[in-house]
Design a protein around this ligand. Structure first.
Ligand code: NAD
Length: 483
């Protein structure tokens, strides 16, 4: 498939949407149309689901090492095309090219890791209550999976879902975000080249997510919805899935506290805050949203953080030296601006940034200056809601108990960060934080071997590790009476 004629992947064939409609994908750094893709509706989604269902019996029955071989071929295909995949990712999402490459490689690693894990889908033999009875427990794939992914990691959010799904023996229909469908279709091209049986992976791009989502929910052939995106849409899908008791995995929003204690290595904490907050222009579900610094080190930490943030270079992701790209669209920009103006109207102070970037190179994209605020209070929207942009509020605290209480005072529970060199404190605070992941003196989470995911309104289920494979498997209890 030449990249210029992006099409849907259904049952191993590239095809247009039944309606013949296409929609445009734009570069958020320049506003230019990069490509057009088919605009699938319910009919196309149904065809993709049926193709996935038709492929399921053969795929799930393949010996584990054969499925693993296919997955490694996809991994190799991605690794041979990192530059091309990264360029397209930067074009549609805007993130700096180096970040895009990092995402493509990190995403590929899930295929490699789960290819190995395929061999370890073990059942159990359980002692029975009688001499003539045997109890066996089988692990079987859940069936057809509908995977819905967001625009902030257009490549790795897909591989994080298809890798455990394929390893378990499931077949998949992917619906990428409307802002970033190109990375998904390029992955489809690599999957085709790897020779996966027709229908094992299907891709429907659409500008009408509600119509395709409704088909995913109502079609009885779909046995699981795997979703990454906002808590709002996640709740809607979970409610819809309840009607047929479909399995769900939900990777939703976050509102990460980033806590710096007085015994922390301040330089490491500053570096960690910059990476955690400004990677992907602050558009990550695990990015630091609330920085809490212990009073006695607040001034020193803030001074160094301001200095580091002022050095960040905002620009087009293709330009050498760019560390922060544009926001994805006008709506994202408006939310950031609202959070900042709400904070300022309630008494916050801008330490750096605080405005949209305009002028040469910026006028057609959604660029926002990396921003730090202080004199922030707990009633401001920026402390209550996920901002999803390059803005961080800095707050101070006195005691461990106080910061734990404030950090947990949110419906979200995805990631939290603490910086401290005290072992007792590390254990106490990590155990008390109501989050699915706690990074200690670290700022990057998301590796194939670890269970990424949230609690509370940040979601259900895990992606990564053997835990992630469990989410695509069912138990079957066999009771066998011998003659
Ligand atoms: P979003 O929920 O609007 O969109 C995510 C996906 O859902 C897109 O593919 C979109 O087309 C689709 N969608 C929207 N409405 C739908 C519907 N009615 N039916 C079916 N699909 C529908 O989220 P967004 O704003 O694009 O993404 C940002 C959010 O994702 C943030 O809240 C962020 O925290 C979250 N996120 C979470 C993780 C995680 O692993 N927990 C990772 C990345 C992003």
């Amino acid at each position: 498939m030449p990249a210029e004629t992006y099409q849907l992947l259904i049952g191993g064939k590239w095809t247009e949407a039944a309606s013949g409609e296409r929609f445009a994908v734009t570069n958020p750094a320049t506003g230019e149309v990069v490509a057009t893709v088919p605009d699938a509706g319910a009919e196309d989604a149904r065809a993709a689901i049926e193709a996935a269902h038709a492929a399921f019996a053969e795929w799930s029955a393949l010996p584990a090492h054969v499925r693993a071989r296919y997955m490694r071929k996809v991994y190799d295909g991605i690794m041979q095309n990192v530059d091309r995949l990264a360029r397209v990712l930067t074009e549609e999402n805007g993130k700096p090219l180096a970040e895009a490459k990092g995402e493509v490689i990190n995403g590929a690693e899930y295929l490699n890791w789960y290819a190995e894990e395929t061999r370890r889908v073990y059942g159990e033999v359980i002692p029975s209550s009688s001499r003539k009875t045997r109890i066996w427990v089988l692990r079987q794939p859940v069936g057809v999976v509908a995977a819905i992914t967001p625009w902030n990691f257009p490549s790795s959010m897909i591989t994080r879902k298809i890798a455990p799904a394929l390893a378990a023996g499931c077949t998949v229909v992917i619906k990428p975000a409307e802002q970033t469908p190109l990375s998904a279709l390029l992955l489809g091209e690599i999957i085709q080249e790897a020779g996966l049986p027709a229908g094992v992976v299907n891709i429907v791009t659409t500008s009408q997510p509600a119509a395709v989502g409704k088909e995913f929910l109502e079609n009885r052939l779909v046995r699981k919805i795997s979703f990454t995106g906002s808590t709002e849409v996640g709740k809607y899908l979970m409610q819809g899935a309840a009607a047929q008791m479909k399995r769900v995995s939900m990777e939703l929003g976050g509102h990460a506290p980033f806590i710096v204690f007085d015994d922390a290595d301040l330089d490491a904490a500053v570096q960690g805050a910059v990476i955690s907050k400004f990677r992907n222009a602050g558009q990550t579900c695990i990015c630091a949203n609330r920085i809490y610094v212990q009073e006695s080190v607040a001034e020193a930490f803030t001074e160094r953080l301001v200095e580091a943030v002022r050095k960040l270079r905002v620009g087009n992701g293709f330009e050498e030296g760019t560390s922060v790209g544009p926001l994805i669209d006008e709506a994202a920009y408006r939310k950031v601006e609202e959070h900042v103006s709400d904070s300022l109207s309630k008494g916050a102070r801008v330490l750096t940034g605080g405005h949209r970037l305009t002028g040469a190179g910026f006028d057609r994209g959604y660029f926002y200056a990396p921003t730090l605020l202080d004199q922030v209070s707990d009633d401001m929207r920026i402390v209550r809601e996920e901002t999803f942009g390059p803005v961080a509020p800095i707050m101070t605290f006195r005691t461990e108990d106080e910061v734990i209480r404030r950090a947990n005072d949110t419906p979200y529970g995805l990631a939290a960060y603490i910086f401290t060199r005290n072992l007792g404190r590390t254990v106490r605070v990590s155990e008390a934080l109501e989050y699915g992941m706690v990074a200690v003196n670290d700022s990057l989470l998301a590796v194939p071997q670890a269970p990424f995911g949230g609690i509370k309104e940040s979601g259900l289920g895990r992606e990564g590790g053997h835990h992630g494979l469990d989410d695509y498997l069912e138990y079957k209890y066999l009771s066998v009476v011998l003659d």
